[in-house]
Ligand binder design. Structure first.
Ligand SMILES: *Cc1c(COP(=O)(O)O)cnc(C)c1O
Ligand code: SF4
Length: 426
């Protein structure tokens, strides 16, 4: 089987005298994150023009690069995909008309500070603002690296009370910042309290540490996590150059503890906006036992407009994967809707045409096939779940509710036609 590279950190003069024990200690990595230009200049060559640009950018945004991540950057190549995600660019100061501070309304829609309940059955809990790294493309820049704090005990208590009171919440996503920057016992307290709630079925943790600080995935952490199964971990690889022997070992420790791993990439201009790069990335991910889950269209967050691609690029990438490679390797391309609408999947169209009887579908090769529907296509379901649901006629939300008869129309609350009819009839 293919093996992934390990980069010798001691080739960087600044780290020549660092011991293996220090390097492999995640707290050492966090303490020694590169936060200023002089330290960065000891890791890679920076000319005067770059220094001026960096000074200006760092006035507005912060930098933090773990020594580990710095050791996998190509120090001579400006367009290195790893470096572009770590080293600030003057282009972060560009303003685009569509930029927003909180495009996903995560603050606006939060019920309790740190908790967003957007979908019917699951919540997002932001447990810390701290990250080991400040990714240049971060969508939560408004939180990350401004004030370094974990969630307060009071807000954590309120969030847990909320989850306990809302019996429909069966899935809790723990994110941040990066939850794995918390001390293991602090994270354990959060997991233990969530796990103790009867109606919570699964816990998911979103963390970039397997990519930017794989030494965080210690045996001690993994032994703790497995006490709170079913636990899922979603991580965030954007380019195959991030998949190193160390990252592979970190993912293996998690997977060996029975934790299913998923990956959420962000489509980033000049980093991974290429079908060939993405194909190699998803293949390499499967080799380290990580299932590609989502590719996100880059958000409208302020300061990242230079990373944005067209939506078509994502569609092109999915077109290049589906059918061409293992279905297991194909993620869903999503746009996180500005305004808090949530993730909306988009992709190539496979439905070409249809009549009452026949559907014309195309495959990845461009072959057109017909699927003839049974002559009696109407079906009614009598399963026990549908019989139960029939007792609660408006149970289904959204478009699915239009299909199952829960509602006959969905209307905006400020529909003008409605206010006109109220005026004339009222
Ligand atoms: C992404 C997200 C989720 C989880 O979405 P899935 O599609 O279930 O992975 C839940 N809540 C919020 C606010 C999110 O942004
Ligand atoms: S790890 Fe995630 S939250 Fe933290 S800076 Fe990177 S993208 Fe943002």
């Amino acid at each position: 089987m293919k093996s992934f590279p390990s980069h010798d950190f001691r080739r960087i003069p600044l780290y020549r005298d660092v011991s293996d024990a220090e390097w492999n200690d995640w707290r050492w990595q966090m303490r020694n994150a590169i936060r200023d230009i002089d330290t960065l200049a000891r890791v890679m060559r920076i000319d005067d023009a770059e220094r001026t640009d960096l000074e200006q950018t760092l006035d507005r945004f912060r930098m933090a690069i773990t020594p580990y991540y710095a050791s996998i950057m190509d120090h001579d190549y400006r367009l290195c995909s790893v470096r572009l995600q770590a080293v600030p660019s003057i282009r972060e100061l560009e303003h685009d008309q569509s930029d927003m501070d909180d495009p996903l309304h995560e603050d606006l829609d939060s019920t309790v500070p740190g908790l967003t309940h957007r979908y019917p059955d699951r919540v997002l809990l932001l447990v810390t603002r701290i990250c080991s790294m400040n990714c240049r493309h971060c969508t939560r820049r408004r939180l990350v690296g401004q004030t370094d704090t974990a969630i307060s005990q009071e807000n954590l208590d309120r969030a847990i009370d909320y989850i306990r009171d809302h019996t429909e919440v069966r899935d809790v996503l723990i994110s941040g910042g990066d939850p794995l920057t918390l001390a293991t016992d602090r994270l354990e307290e959060i997991l233990r309290r969530i796990h103790a709630i009867d109606h919570v079925e699964i816990i998911r943790i979103g963390s970039r540490t397997p990519v930017v600080m794989p030494m965080r995935i210690t045996d001690e952490l993994v032994a703790m996590l497995r006490r709170y199964h079913p636990i899922y971990v979603n991580t965030h690889f954007n380019h195959y150059d991030e998949i190193t022997a160390e990252a592979q070992a970190a993912c293996a420790r998690l997977a060996d503890a029975g934790i299913p791993l998923g990956n959420q990439s962000v489509l980033l201009r000049d980093v991974n906006d290429c079908p060939r790069i993405m194909k190699r990335l998803v293949h390499d991910l499967l080799m380290i036992r990580v299932k590609p889950y989502y590719i996100y269209q880059c958000d409208l967050t302020r300061g990242i407009s230079h990373f944005r691609t067209s939506l078509s690029k994502g569609i092109e990438i999915i077109e290049s994967l589906r059918g061409h490679t293992s279905g297991m390797a194909v993620p869903t391309f999503v746009v996180d809707a500005p305004g808090g609408g949530g993730k909306i999947p988009i992709g190539p169209n496979y439905l070409v045409s249809h009549s009452d009887r026949r559907y014309v579908l195309r495959n990845y090769e461009g072959v057109l096939a017909t699927y003839t529907q049974p002559s009696n296509i109407f079906s009614e379901c009598w399963c026990e779940l549908c019989r139960e649901a029939a007792q609660k006629p408006d149970a289904t939300e959204g478009v699915a509710g239009l299909l199952d008869g829960s509602a006959i129309a969905l209307e905006p609350s400020d529909l003008r036609r409605r206010s006109r009819s109220k005026r004339t009839t009222g």
